[in-house]
Ligand binder design. Structure first.
Ligand code: NDP
Length: 469
């Protein structure tokens, strides 16, 4: 079995031992990644630190040109990366799967390359010149999850590079191979040490992510993952006063107002909830539907969901693959089994072979049910009937999370009023999870802090220096 090499200082690196990476569609090991330890991490951080002075001294134009070159180079390998994502992550090649993920990765890379944070003149008069400069931080540590390994890697790496930082990325042990390949491709056009990748599994004593978050030479950690781990990252980072961006998932509510058209919204609701099998930070995880159209929305949603082919993501017709890993499968199974005791299963509800779980829709639930209150992060959607919008808003906001939300209605002005009262970082009308590279994205409440994307996202990779003259 091929043992893939991590990349430190532009060179391939293996470790004394390695760990297996499994295709969730069939349980077959597809490759191995190095199980790295403290010394490897120290080397990677030292390489990024050594590369920082020259990289950060580049002109803004030169950084932009380098980021454009990186984007173009990734584009040439997009299909190869998409196939690797499908193999290790399980998502289909087609639909909102790995080719779509690569399209997103390239859109974000290209957009970020084109951004700029020029010097801002705050004052220029007889009392003097006051300028605000944005300066890179140094070594950025990126810790990524297994749901969108390449796209989230791009979200972390590109704004760091564009603003003159260097990077050490640590992918999830469940999906390290596509990140290794991404960094390899980046290193074909970047100077050594500017982007490094380290890999390890979490079975041993040494946790790479925790060590990275505690390391004094890492100046910022950008983390996407669970709330519990986000809290640990924050604790580890406290000692060395690091910059942090924490994107910690959510339990997004969608509110369907009484004037919505069930047939028209069914497809958007389905993909808003089941994108990537629900393993998406900003997906619909609770659906609140007005009683006057509740049954019609349920019928349309079930009808649409019945037509979705579920299977091995490597087969071209597949639109939903398996759940990515056994831990997640167990979580979804537990929440669905519990919900079946009180709710009405409209579709699915029983685990299938291996890690496959059919799209599951359960009505008759309410706040307080674990499938409604917890982040299921899987293909199981609870539907909650409401009778007035104030109740729907109260239930939607009654959550520790605050990442995304959506309102569905034929009256956009009325929907906007409801949207403004939702406690979350992004709210969409008649769509969900429609993130875009020119709009900042981040959570409130337990979903974390800091934003990604656009100028606001890039600013998080910089310190401000004000020069008074
Ligand atoms: P984790 O949050 O545990 O893992 C995400 C990343 O953090 C991995 O790279 C992991 O690597 C790393 N990590 C783990 N412990 C630490 C630590 N102490 N310090 C720094 N980094 C660490 O997610 P899981 O994969 O366990 O998934 C659990 C739940 O998280 C899911 O059920 C889902 O609810 C949520 N989730 C949210 C995501 C999102 O997009 N916001 C994405 C994925 C999951 P390692 O395992 O090697 O330590």
């Amino acid at each position: 079995m091929t043992v893939h090499s991590a990349i430190i200082d532009g060179k391939p690196v293996v470790a004394q031992s390695s760990f297996g990476v499994v295709n969730p569609a069939n349980g077959i090991e597809i490759g191995r990644a190095p199980a790295m330890g403290e010394e490897d991490l120290a080397r990677a951080i030292a390489a990024a630190k050594a590369a920082f002075p020259a990289w950060s001294a580049k002109s803004d134009d030169a950084l932009q040109a380098a980021c454009i070159a990186v984007t173009e180079h990734i584009k040439a390998s997009a299909e190869e990366l998409a196939r690797l994502i499908t193999l290790e992550q399980g998502k289909p090649l087609n639909g909102m799967g790995s080719r779509w993920e690569m399209g997103g990765a390239l859109a974000w890379a290209g957009h970020t390359a084109g951004l700029s944070l020029p010097v801002k003149v705050l004052q220029d008069n007889q009392h003097g010149l006051v300028e605000l400069h944005r300066k890179p931080l140094g070594v950025v540590g990126s810790i990524t999850p297994w749901n969108f390994p390449v796209m989230i890697g791009i979200w972390h790496i590109m704004p760091a590079l564009r603003t003159g930082n260097t990077v050490v990325i640590k992918p999830s042990p469940l999906t390290p191979l596509s990140t290794i390949r991404l960094v390899e491709i980046m290193n074909e056009v970047l100077p050594p040490g500017v982007v490094n990748v380290v890999t390890g599994d979490d079975s041993g004593q040494f946790n790479l992510g925790a060590a990275m978050a505690a390391h004094p030479d890492v100046k910022k950690v950008v983390f996407t993952g669970s709330c519990a781990t986000g809290q640990k990252v924050m604790r580890s980072a406290a000692e060395t006063i690091k910059h942090l961006t924490l994107e910690l998932g959510g339990n997004d509510a969608a509110i369907v107002l009484p004037d919505a058209n069930p047939a028209e919204i069914a497809e958007g609701l389905f993909w808003g909830a089941f994108i990537n099998n629900g393993q998406t930070c900003a997906a619909i995880k609770r659906l609140y539907v007005h009683e006057s159209i509740h049954d019609a929305v349920c019928d349309e949603l079930v009808e649409f969901a019945r037509g979705i082919p579920v299977g091995d993501g490597a087969l071209e017709p597949t639109l939903l693959g398996p759940i990515q890993n056994p831990m997640q499968f167990a979580k979804v199974s537990r929440l669905v089994a519990d919900a079946k005791a009180r709710g009405k299963v409209l579709l699915g509800g029983e685990p299938a072979e291996g890690l496959f779980f059919p799209p599951t829709i359960i009505a008759g639930l309410s706040n307080g049910d674990p499938l409604v209150d917890e982040e299921q992060f899987g293909p199981a959607l609870p539907i909650i009937k409401y009778s007035n919008v104030e109740d729907a808003l109260r239930m939607a906001n009654d959550s520790e999370f605050g990442l995304g939300g959506s309102v569905w209605s034929s009256d956009i002005a009325a929907a906007r009023k409801v949207a403004a009262r939702m406690e979350c970082g992004s709210v969409w009308i008649n769509k969900h999870a429609a993130i875009q590279p020119n709009a900042p994205f981040g959570g409130v409440k337990g979903s974390g802090f800091g934003v990604e994307f656009a100028d606001e996202g890039m600013k998080e990779y910089t310190d401000i220096q004000v020069i008074f003259s």
